[in-house]
Design a binder for this molecule. Structure first.
Ligand SMILES: C[S@@+](CC[C@H](N)C(=O)[O-])C[C@H]1O[C@@H](n2cnc3c(N)ncnc32)[C@H](O)[C@@H]1O
Length: 199
């Protein structure tokens, strides 16, 4: 799946199903990336590859899946990333100096549970964030948006297969959960996708 993930998700689904063009997500990374960045749930490393520049001098990648880490590690080798296989739903027992930015894109909609339970991931990432650090990312919503036919079909399929668990995910619960944890929260919806930044 990893070899077709970028084409399927970032090439086709973002535009035709989720109605959030990939360039919006790339732009979130261009604005949000600091020189000292942690990426949680890196997948294929698509956004860091597109948005990362020469100033990115510390990059740490986390993922539960070893194959994702290896693939993203190879793709992003120019940034000499450190890779850690971790489950974001459990406390992260890594002794790492704080980061200035943390990316969390297209991870929440995969996780089981309510939004409150999913946001435990943020509680586990927060100790790794420096004082002025920002968390940014995106997630595909399951409620409170108007999915087109393609989006409805994909939501049905992915939720049935357990690839997504986002039937109850809405922007209000995400926004509320982030506001409970951060002083500054910016959140907006583009099609079926919530894009957020919290600091
Ligand atoms: C849909 S992919 C998104 C990848 C990438 N962020 C992107 O937007 O292209 C979700 C990623 O989160 C990882 N992931 C899912 N559940 C996880 C967990 N509990 N802990 C750590 N990583 C997880 C998956 O292995 C996968 O790499």
């Amino acid at each position: 799946m990893l070899s077709i993930y970028d084409v399927l998700v970032h090439g086709l689904s973002n535009r035709f199903a989720w109605r959030c063009p990939t360039r919006r997500l790339v732009s979130l990374y261009c604005t949000g990336l600091s020189a000292n960045h942690l990426e949680a749930g890196v997948g294929t490393g698509f956004f860091l590859d597109r948005a990362g520049g020469a100033e990115l001098n510390r990059l740490v990648l986390l993922d539960i899946n070893r194959h994702c880490l290896e693939r993203a590690g190879r793709r992003l080798a120019r940034f000499r990333p450190s890779l850690y296989q971790v489950n974001l739903l459990a406390p992260i027992k890594l002794d790492l100096a704080p980061f200035s930015s943390v990316g969390l894109t297209y991870v929440l909609h995969c996780l089981p549970g309510t939004m409150g339970e999913k946001l435990k991931v943020v509680d586990h990432l927060r100790p790794l964030m420096g004082k002025r650090a920002a968390l940014f990312g995106a997630t595909i919503l399951g409620r409170g948006m108007a999915p087109n036919r393609a989006a409805r079909a994909l939501l049905d399929l992915y939720n049935a297969k357990g690839v997504f668990n986002n039937r109850e995910d809405d922007i209000a619960s995400l926004s509320e959960g982030l506001k409970q944890r951060f002083d500054e929260v910016e959140i907006r919806r583009e099609g079926c996708v919530a894009l957020f930044r919290a600091a």
